[in-house]
Design a protein around this ligand. Structure first.
Ligand SMILES: *Cc1c(COP(=O)(O)O)cnc(C)c1O
Length: 409
Protein backbone atom coordinates (compact mmCIF):
# COMPACT_ATOMS: atom_id res chain seq x y z
CA UNK A 1 0.00 0.00 0.00
CA UNK A 2 1.26 3.49 -0.78
CA UNK A 3 1.65 5.79 2.17
CA UNK A 4 -0.49 8.88 2.26
CA UNK A 5 1.38 11.98 1.07
CA UNK A 6 -0.10 13.88 4.01
CA UNK A 7 1.01 11.54 6.77
CA UNK A 8 4.38 10.27 5.54
CA UNK A 9 7.50 12.04 6.74
CA UNK A 10 9.21 13.08 3.52
CA UNK A 11 12.60 14.79 3.44
CA UNK A 12 12.53 18.59 3.24
CA UNK A 13 14.87 20.43 0.89
CA UNK A 14 14.30 24.11 1.69
CA UNK A 15 17.67 25.86 1.98
CA UNK A 16 16.66 29.49 2.49
CA UNK A 17 14.29 32.32 1.64
CA UNK A 18 15.27 34.96 -0.90
CA UNK A 19 14.17 38.52 -1.68
CA UNK A 20 12.73 38.47 -5.23
CA UNK A 21 14.17 41.91 -5.91
CA UNK A 22 17.65 41.96 -4.37
CA UNK A 23 18.42 38.25 -4.00
CA UNK A 24 19.20 38.89 -0.31
CA UNK A 25 19.00 35.74 1.75
CA UNK A 26 16.72 35.24 4.75
CA UNK A 27 16.78 32.17 6.99
CA UNK A 28 14.26 29.35 6.41
CA UNK A 29 12.00 28.50 9.32
CA UNK A 30 11.44 32.12 10.34
CA UNK A 31 8.23 34.16 10.20
CA UNK A 32 8.41 36.49 7.19
CA UNK A 33 6.14 38.83 5.28
CA UNK A 34 7.71 41.07 2.61
CA UNK A 35 11.52 41.29 2.41
CA UNK A 36 13.29 44.25 4.07
CA UNK A 37 13.14 46.06 0.69
CA UNK A 38 9.39 45.48 0.48
CA UNK A 39 9.40 42.78 -2.20
CA UNK A 40 7.86 39.28 -2.21
CA UNK A 41 10.00 36.51 -0.73
CA UNK A 42 10.69 33.29 -2.64
CA UNK A 43 11.45 29.86 -1.14
CA UNK A 44 14.63 28.19 -2.42
CA UNK A 45 15.41 24.47 -2.40
CA UNK A 46 18.48 22.28 -2.75
CA UNK A 47 17.42 21.19 -6.22
CA UNK A 48 20.49 19.03 -6.78
CA UNK A 49 19.52 17.01 -3.72
CA UNK A 50 15.88 16.85 -4.88
CA UNK A 51 17.10 15.50 -8.22
CA UNK A 52 19.00 12.74 -6.39
CA UNK A 53 16.11 11.79 -4.11
CA UNK A 54 12.92 12.14 -6.12
CA UNK A 55 12.18 9.94 -9.12
CA UNK A 56 9.27 10.00 -11.53
CA UNK A 57 8.50 6.41 -10.53
CA UNK A 58 8.35 7.31 -6.82
CA UNK A 59 6.04 10.17 -7.64
CA UNK A 60 3.78 8.06 -9.85
CA UNK A 61 3.13 5.65 -6.96
CA UNK A 62 1.83 8.36 -4.60
CA UNK A 63 -1.79 9.44 -4.02
CA UNK A 64 -2.89 12.13 -6.47
CA UNK A 65 -3.13 15.19 -4.23
CA UNK A 66 -0.78 18.16 -4.34
CA UNK A 67 1.19 16.80 -1.36
CA UNK A 68 2.72 14.31 -3.80
CA UNK A 69 5.25 17.07 -4.59
CA UNK A 70 6.48 17.29 -0.99
CA UNK A 71 10.17 17.43 -1.95
CA UNK A 72 9.45 20.73 -3.73
CA UNK A 73 7.21 22.11 -0.99
CA UNK A 74 8.09 24.01 2.20
CA UNK A 75 6.22 22.10 4.93
CA UNK A 76 8.75 20.19 7.06
CA UNK A 77 6.59 18.05 9.35
CA UNK A 78 3.66 16.00 8.03
CA UNK A 79 1.84 16.77 11.30
CA UNK A 80 1.50 20.40 10.16
CA UNK A 81 -0.32 19.61 6.93
CA UNK A 82 -3.85 21.00 7.13
CA UNK A 83 -5.73 19.33 4.31
CA UNK A 84 -9.24 19.25 2.91
CA UNK A 85 -8.28 16.90 0.06
CA UNK A 86 -6.46 18.95 -2.60
CA UNK A 87 -6.71 16.49 -5.43
CA UNK A 88 -5.22 16.91 -8.90
CA UNK A 89 -7.58 18.88 -11.16
CA UNK A 90 -8.64 17.55 -14.56
CA UNK A 91 -7.76 18.78 -18.06
CA UNK A 92 -10.88 19.24 -20.17
CA UNK A 93 -10.89 19.98 -23.90
CA UNK A 94 -13.37 22.43 -25.41
CA UNK A 95 -14.07 20.18 -28.38
CA UNK A 96 -17.33 21.75 -29.46
CA UNK A 97 -16.41 25.41 -29.23
CA UNK A 98 -12.64 25.47 -29.81
CA UNK A 99 -11.36 21.99 -30.68
CA UNK A 100 -9.11 19.51 -28.93
CA UNK A 101 -5.98 21.69 -28.84
CA UNK A 102 -7.58 23.96 -26.28
CA UNK A 103 -7.58 22.49 -22.81
CA UNK A 104 -9.10 23.89 -19.64
CA UNK A 105 -7.44 23.05 -16.34
CA UNK A 106 -10.52 23.09 -14.16
CA UNK A 107 -9.49 24.37 -10.75
CA UNK A 108 -13.09 24.75 -9.64
CA UNK A 109 -12.94 21.20 -8.25
CA UNK A 110 -10.62 22.12 -5.39
CA UNK A 111 -11.76 22.52 -1.75
CA UNK A 112 -13.73 25.78 -1.27
CA UNK A 113 -14.34 25.80 -5.03
CA UNK A 114 -11.29 27.69 -6.24
CA UNK A 115 -7.55 27.41 -6.76
CA UNK A 116 -7.04 29.75 -3.83
CA UNK A 117 -7.13 26.47 -1.88
CA UNK A 118 -3.69 25.60 -3.29
CA UNK A 119 -2.08 28.75 -1.99
CA UNK A 120 -3.90 28.88 1.30
CA UNK A 121 -3.45 25.22 2.23
CA UNK A 122 0.28 25.82 1.98
CA UNK A 123 0.28 29.19 3.75
CA UNK A 124 -1.90 27.94 6.61
CA UNK A 125 0.12 24.73 6.99
CA UNK A 126 3.28 26.85 7.19
CA UNK A 127 1.57 29.20 9.65
CA UNK A 128 0.91 26.14 11.80
CA UNK A 129 4.50 25.02 11.44
CA UNK A 130 5.66 28.49 12.54
CA UNK A 131 3.27 28.60 15.51
CA UNK A 132 1.02 31.43 14.23
CA UNK A 133 -2.53 31.65 15.56
CA UNK A 134 -4.28 34.76 14.18
CA UNK A 135 -4.41 35.23 10.43
CA UNK A 136 -5.78 38.19 8.48
CA UNK A 137 -6.24 39.10 4.81
CA UNK A 138 -8.09 41.27 2.33
CA UNK A 139 -10.03 39.28 -0.26
CA UNK A 140 -12.26 39.50 -3.32
CA UNK A 141 -13.91 36.34 -2.02
CA UNK A 142 -12.16 33.11 -2.92
CA UNK A 143 -8.95 33.64 -0.97
CA UNK A 144 -10.87 34.54 2.16
CA UNK A 145 -13.01 31.42 1.82
CA UNK A 146 -9.95 29.20 1.51
CA UNK A 147 -8.15 30.92 4.39
CA UNK A 148 -11.19 30.66 6.67
CA UNK A 149 -11.67 26.96 5.92
CA UNK A 150 -8.05 25.96 6.49
CA UNK A 151 -7.57 28.27 9.47
CA UNK A 152 -10.56 26.77 11.27
CA UNK A 153 -9.34 23.30 10.49
CA UNK A 154 -6.01 24.23 12.07
CA UNK A 155 -7.72 25.88 15.07
CA UNK A 156 -6.61 29.38 14.10
CA UNK A 157 -8.53 32.64 13.91
CA UNK A 158 -9.23 34.14 10.47
CA UNK A 159 -9.96 37.87 10.06
CA UNK A 160 -11.20 38.76 6.58
CA UNK A 161 -11.97 42.10 4.90
CA UNK A 162 -13.72 42.26 1.53
CA UNK A 163 -15.11 44.95 -0.79
CA UNK A 164 -18.82 45.42 -0.06
CA UNK A 165 -19.80 44.19 -3.54
CA UNK A 166 -17.99 40.86 -3.10
CA UNK A 167 -20.28 38.04 -4.34
CA UNK A 168 -22.74 37.23 -1.56
CA UNK A 169 -21.96 33.51 -1.67
CA UNK A 170 -18.31 34.26 -0.83
CA UNK A 171 -19.15 36.46 2.12
CA UNK A 172 -21.50 33.85 3.54
CA UNK A 173 -19.22 30.87 3.03
CA UNK A 174 -16.42 32.74 4.79
CA UNK A 175 -18.67 33.49 7.77
CA UNK A 176 -20.01 29.93 7.84
CA UNK A 177 -16.48 28.53 7.84
CA UNK A 178 -15.70 30.48 10.98
CA UNK A 179 -14.07 33.51 9.37
CA UNK A 180 -14.60 36.87 11.05
CA UNK A 181 -15.56 38.99 8.07
CA UNK A 182 -16.27 42.65 7.43
CA UNK A 183 -17.45 44.37 4.22
CA UNK A 184 -15.56 47.54 3.31
CA UNK A 185 -16.94 50.20 0.97
CA UNK A 186 -13.77 50.18 -1.11
CA UNK A 187 -11.58 47.86 -3.18
CA UNK A 188 -9.18 45.09 -2.18
CA UNK A 189 -6.31 47.55 -1.65
CA UNK A 190 -8.47 49.49 0.83
CA UNK A 191 -9.11 46.21 2.65
CA UNK A 192 -5.39 45.48 2.54
CA UNK A 193 -4.67 48.75 4.33
CA UNK A 194 -7.02 47.78 7.17
CA UNK A 195 -5.07 44.54 7.61
CA UNK A 196 -1.65 46.21 7.44
CA UNK A 197 -2.64 48.97 9.87
CA UNK A 198 -4.10 46.46 12.35
CA UNK A 199 -1.24 43.95 12.36
CA UNK A 200 0.55 45.25 15.47
CA UNK A 201 -2.53 45.98 17.55
CA UNK A 202 -4.36 42.76 16.65
CA UNK A 203 -1.35 40.42 16.58
CA UNK A 204 -2.31 39.36 13.07
CA UNK A 205 -0.14 37.49 10.63
CA UNK A 206 -0.79 39.07 7.22
CA UNK A 207 -1.63 36.46 4.57
CA UNK A 208 -2.19 38.97 1.73
CA UNK A 209 -1.24 37.87 -1.78
CA UNK A 210 2.58 37.66 -2.11
CA UNK A 211 3.06 39.27 1.31
CA UNK A 212 4.21 35.99 2.83
CA UNK A 213 6.39 33.38 1.07
CA UNK A 214 4.17 30.30 0.93
CA UNK A 215 1.05 30.99 -1.13
CA UNK A 216 3.30 31.02 -4.21
CA UNK A 217 4.59 27.58 -3.25
CA UNK A 218 1.04 26.26 -3.10
CA UNK A 219 0.10 27.83 -6.42
CA UNK A 220 3.32 26.44 -7.86
CA UNK A 221 1.71 23.00 -7.73
CA UNK A 222 -0.44 24.03 -10.74
CA UNK A 223 2.75 24.05 -12.79
CA UNK A 224 4.08 20.80 -11.30
CA UNK A 225 0.76 19.09 -11.92
CA UNK A 226 0.44 20.40 -15.45
CA UNK A 227 3.92 19.14 -16.32
CA UNK A 228 3.14 15.72 -14.90
CA UNK A 229 -0.25 15.56 -16.67
CA UNK A 230 1.48 16.43 -19.95
CA UNK A 231 4.00 13.60 -19.44
CA UNK A 232 6.83 15.90 -18.31
CA UNK A 233 6.52 18.21 -21.24
CA UNK A 234 4.42 21.37 -21.41
CA UNK A 235 1.80 23.01 -23.62
CA UNK A 236 2.85 25.73 -26.07
CA UNK A 237 0.88 28.53 -24.44
CA UNK A 238 -0.76 29.08 -21.02
CA UNK A 239 -3.49 31.70 -20.54
CA UNK A 240 -3.85 32.81 -16.92
CA UNK A 241 -6.40 35.27 -15.49
CA UNK A 242 -4.14 37.56 -13.54
CA UNK A 243 -4.99 39.46 -10.38
CA UNK A 244 -2.14 39.46 -7.87
CA UNK A 245 -0.35 37.04 -10.18
CA UNK A 246 0.54 34.36 -7.61
CA UNK A 247 -0.35 31.54 -9.97
CA UNK A 248 1.52 32.86 -12.97
CA UNK A 249 4.62 33.58 -10.90
CA UNK A 250 4.25 30.23 -9.13
CA UNK A 251 3.95 28.22 -12.34
CA UNK A 252 6.97 29.95 -13.84
CA UNK A 253 8.91 29.05 -10.69
CA UNK A 254 7.68 25.45 -10.93
CA UNK A 255 8.89 25.12 -14.51
CA UNK A 256 12.30 26.54 -13.58
CA UNK A 257 12.63 24.07 -10.70
CA UNK A 258 11.57 21.12 -12.86
CA UNK A 259 14.10 22.19 -15.47
CA UNK A 260 16.78 22.42 -12.79
CA UNK A 261 16.13 18.85 -11.63
CA UNK A 262 16.30 17.67 -15.24
CA UNK A 263 12.65 16.70 -15.63
CA UNK A 264 11.70 19.20 -18.31
CA UNK A 265 13.42 19.70 -21.63
CA UNK A 266 12.74 21.87 -24.61
CA UNK A 267 11.04 25.23 -24.84
CA UNK A 268 8.99 26.61 -21.98
CA UNK A 269 5.39 27.65 -22.63
CA UNK A 270 4.54 31.24 -23.49
CA UNK A 271 2.76 32.73 -20.49
CA UNK A 272 -0.19 35.02 -21.19
CA UNK A 273 -1.52 37.30 -18.44
CA UNK A 274 -5.21 37.99 -19.01
CA UNK A 275 -6.97 40.90 -17.30
CA UNK A 276 -10.31 42.70 -17.62
CA UNK A 277 -10.52 46.02 -19.49
CA UNK A 278 -11.95 47.65 -16.36
CA UNK A 279 -8.87 46.67 -14.33
CA UNK A 280 -5.77 46.05 -16.43
CA UNK A 281 -2.74 47.54 -14.65
CA UNK A 282 -0.40 44.74 -15.73
CA UNK A 283 -1.49 44.92 -19.38
CA UNK A 284 -0.96 48.68 -19.37
CA UNK A 285 2.52 48.42 -17.82
CA UNK A 286 3.43 45.63 -20.21
CA UNK A 287 2.35 47.67 -23.25
CA UNK A 288 4.35 50.65 -21.97
CA UNK A 289 7.44 48.46 -21.51
CA UNK A 290 7.46 49.09 -17.76
CA UNK A 291 8.11 46.58 -14.95
CA UNK A 292 5.94 48.28 -12.35
CA UNK A 293 2.21 48.92 -12.68
CA UNK A 294 0.75 51.93 -10.88
CA UNK A 295 -2.62 51.66 -9.12
CA UNK A 296 -5.51 51.35 -11.62
CA UNK A 297 -8.16 53.94 -10.71
CA UNK A 298 -11.88 53.01 -10.46
CA UNK A 299 -11.24 49.32 -11.03
CA UNK A 300 -14.34 47.38 -12.07
CA UNK A 301 -15.10 44.00 -13.66
CA UNK A 302 -17.56 41.13 -13.21
CA UNK A 303 -14.53 38.88 -12.83
CA UNK A 304 -14.05 39.67 -9.13
CA UNK A 305 -10.97 37.44 -8.78
CA UNK A 306 -8.98 39.66 -11.14
CA UNK A 307 -10.21 42.98 -9.81
CA UNK A 308 -6.83 43.81 -8.31
CA UNK A 309 -5.88 47.46 -8.97
CA UNK A 310 -2.32 47.16 -7.66
CA UNK A 311 -0.04 44.12 -7.34
CA UNK A 312 3.08 43.97 -5.16
CA UNK A 313 4.45 41.27 -7.51
CA UNK A 314 3.85 43.29 -10.69
CA UNK A 315 7.49 43.06 -11.79
CA UNK A 316 7.55 39.29 -11.24
CA UNK A 317 4.45 38.82 -13.41
CA UNK A 318 5.86 41.00 -16.19
CA UNK A 319 9.29 39.33 -16.02
CA UNK A 320 7.75 35.85 -16.29
CA UNK A 321 5.64 36.90 -19.27
CA UNK A 322 8.67 38.50 -20.94
CA UNK A 323 11.09 35.64 -20.26
CA UNK A 324 8.55 33.18 -21.63
CA UNK A 325 7.99 35.12 -24.86
CA UNK A 326 4.34 35.57 -23.93
CA UNK A 327 2.12 38.63 -23.80
CA UNK A 328 -0.62 40.41 -21.81
CA UNK A 329 -4.16 41.04 -22.95
CA UNK A 330 -7.32 42.68 -21.59
CA UNK A 331 -10.87 41.61 -22.50
CA UNK A 332 -14.17 43.34 -21.76
CA UNK A 333 -16.90 42.22 -19.37
CA UNK A 334 -19.60 41.77 -22.02
CA UNK A 335 -17.35 39.39 -23.93
CA UNK A 336 -16.45 37.57 -20.70
CA UNK A 337 -20.08 36.84 -19.86
CA UNK A 338 -21.05 36.01 -23.46
CA UNK A 339 -18.14 33.56 -23.57
CA UNK A 340 -18.99 32.02 -20.20
CA UNK A 341 -22.54 31.43 -21.47
CA UNK A 342 -21.42 30.06 -24.85
CA UNK A 343 -18.95 27.55 -23.38
CA UNK A 344 -21.58 26.30 -20.91
CA UNK A 345 -24.11 25.94 -23.75
CA UNK A 346 -21.78 24.33 -26.27
CA UNK A 347 -19.40 22.26 -24.14
CA UNK A 348 -21.35 21.73 -20.92
CA UNK A 349 -18.58 23.28 -18.85
CA UNK A 350 -19.60 26.10 -16.52
CA UNK A 351 -16.61 28.41 -16.23
CA UNK A 352 -16.13 31.24 -13.75
CA UNK A 353 -15.92 34.70 -15.41
CA UNK A 354 -12.14 34.75 -14.86
CA UNK A 355 -11.85 31.43 -16.69
CA UNK A 356 -14.12 32.71 -19.45
CA UNK A 357 -11.77 35.70 -19.81
CA UNK A 358 -8.99 33.32 -20.83
CA UNK A 359 -11.21 31.71 -23.48
CA UNK A 360 -12.02 35.12 -24.93
CA UNK A 361 -8.34 36.15 -24.81
CA UNK A 362 -7.42 32.94 -26.62
CA UNK A 363 -9.95 33.65 -29.38
CA UNK A 364 -8.58 37.16 -29.86
CA UNK A 365 -4.98 35.97 -29.79
CA UNK A 366 -5.81 33.36 -32.42
CA UNK A 367 -7.46 35.99 -34.63
CA UNK A 368 -4.44 38.29 -34.24
CA UNK A 369 -1.96 35.53 -35.06
CA UNK A 370 -0.37 35.62 -31.60
CA UNK A 371 -1.20 31.93 -31.20
CA UNK A 372 -1.42 29.29 -33.92
CA UNK A 373 -4.43 26.97 -34.29
CA UNK A 374 -2.08 23.95 -34.16
CA UNK A 375 -0.57 24.97 -30.83
CA UNK A 376 -1.48 23.19 -27.60
CA UNK A 377 -3.02 25.72 -25.26
CA UNK A 378 -4.01 25.50 -21.60
CA UNK A 379 -6.56 27.93 -20.15
CA UNK A 380 -7.09 28.25 -16.40
CA UNK A 381 -10.57 28.06 -14.96
CA UNK A 382 -9.82 29.18 -11.43
CA UNK A 383 -13.10 28.66 -9.61
CA UNK A 384 -16.38 26.82 -9.90
CA UNK A 385 -18.84 28.70 -12.07
CA UNK A 386 -21.50 27.94 -9.48
CA UNK A 387 -20.33 30.79 -7.25
CA UNK A 388 -21.28 33.48 -9.77
CA UNK A 389 -24.57 35.07 -10.86
CA UNK A 390 -26.30 33.40 -13.79
CA UNK A 391 -29.19 34.47 -16.02
CA UNK A 392 -32.64 33.73 -14.55
CA UNK A 393 -34.94 31.09 -16.01
CA UNK A 394 -38.54 32.20 -16.55
CA UNK A 395 -40.28 29.31 -18.31
CA UNK A 396 -42.99 27.60 -16.27
CA UNK A 397 -45.60 24.89 -16.56
CA UNK A 398 -48.87 25.09 -14.62
CA UNK A 399 -49.60 21.94 -12.65
CA UNK A 400 -52.62 20.04 -13.96
CA UNK A 401 -52.69 21.69 -17.40
CA UNK A 402 -51.68 19.67 -20.43
CA UNK A 403 -48.14 20.75 -21.38
CA UNK A 404 -47.61 21.85 -24.97
CA UNK A 405 -44.95 19.24 -25.75
CA UNK A 406 -44.65 20.19 -29.39
CA UNK A 407 -43.63 23.73 -28.36
CA UNK A 408 -40.76 22.53 -26.16
CA UNK A 409 -37.46 23.51 -27.72
C1 LIG B 1 -7.63 34.98 -7.19
C2 LIG B 1 -8.29 34.65 -8.43
C3 LIG B 1 -7.67 34.91 -9.67
C4 LIG B 1 -6.32 35.58 -9.78
O1 LIG B 1 -5.29 34.74 -9.29
P1 LIG B 1 -3.85 35.33 -8.96
O2 LIG B 1 -2.96 34.14 -8.98
O3 LIG B 1 -3.95 35.97 -7.62
O4 LIG B 1 -3.51 36.31 -10.02
C5 LIG B 1 -8.35 34.55 -10.82
N1 LIG B 1 -9.56 33.97 -10.77
C6 LIG B 1 -10.17 33.67 -9.61
C7 LIG B 1 -11.51 33.01 -9.64
C8 LIG B 1 -9.57 34.00 -8.40
O5 LIG B 1 -10.19 33.72 -7.25
Amino acid sequence: MTQDNRTAEIANFVTHLECSKTGDILPAGTVQNLSPTGAPILVRYDLAAVAETLTKEKLAARPTDLWRYRELLPVVSAANIVSLGEDMTPLITLDNSLGSNVIVKDEGRLPTGSFKARGLVMAVSMAKELGLKRLAMPTNGNAGAAMAAYARRAGMEAFVFCPDDTPEVNVREIALQGGKIWRVNGLINDCGKIVADGEAEMGWFNLSTLKEPYRIEGKKTMGLELAEQFGWSLPDVIFYPTGGGTGLIGMWKAFAELKAIGWLQGPMPRMVAVQAEGCAPIVKAWEAGEEHAPLWPDAHTVAAGIRVPVAVGDFLIIRAVRESGGFCMAVDDDAIIATRDAVAREDGLLLCPEGAATVEAYRRALAQGLVGAEEKVVLFNCATGLKYPMAPVTRTIARGQAPDYAAMT
